[in-house]
Design a binder for this molecule. Sequence first.
Ligand code: SAH
Length: 229
Amino acid sequence: MKFKVYTIFPELFPGFLGYSLTGKALAEGIWSFEAVNIRDYALDRHASVDDTPCGGGAGMVMRADVLGRALAANHKGGALLAMSPKGRPLTQQKVHELSKEDEIGVVCGRFEGIDERVLEAYDIEEISIGDYVLTGGEQAAQVMFDAIIRLLPGVLGNALSAESESFENGLLEYPQYTRPVEWQGRRVPEVLLGGHHRKIADWRKEQALRITAERRPDLLKKYLDSKRV
Ligand code: SAH
């Protein structure tokens, strides 16, 4: 997997992806990245990448001509995305789809966002990591990369550990416990200590349903609808 990132802050990469499991996978060559500095494609004396919005309003917009040149020189086909709060929400299902690609290009916005014409011209899919606004696409891109990288073969020690996680089966994950068995008067639920696999699986399923009902009724509804035939 190769990520080609278009950014005005190339020094932000690999950022936190250089640590822990993702850092080890980077060192092992399971994934790689190239940060293209959009500013290298600015032609004026001040190397400006942004300008005021047409029609007025606050802030600055990333220029189509500068970003367009960066893409023309570096994009050689494959998936091309842009991080944006007005994009389609990133889901675990989308993460799975993206993890099958060989190379993914990602444009990181700054300021008020990107001139719409570049998005159209390059058929760029906008992706949001949630209903809130960040200062830049770099943070969002790294969150998305992290979710993709952990699905690449060889990254997670135990391939099974990904399967029972939140969202993987349409539900949030059940509560987890480890030793000590008793802590400040609280015991690990008895069923988890009994070694009865069937009972443990039933308990976990029950808990996953309870937590999903409490916290994400929207997910529970989708889950129940999918079970109905
Ligand atoms: N004016 C824009 C917000 C710009 S925020 C709007 O109202 O839609 C600046 C940049 O941060 C964006 O271009 C995008 O790349 C990134 N960003 C902010 N919030 C994001 C989110 N929730 N998901 C993905 N990218 C985000």
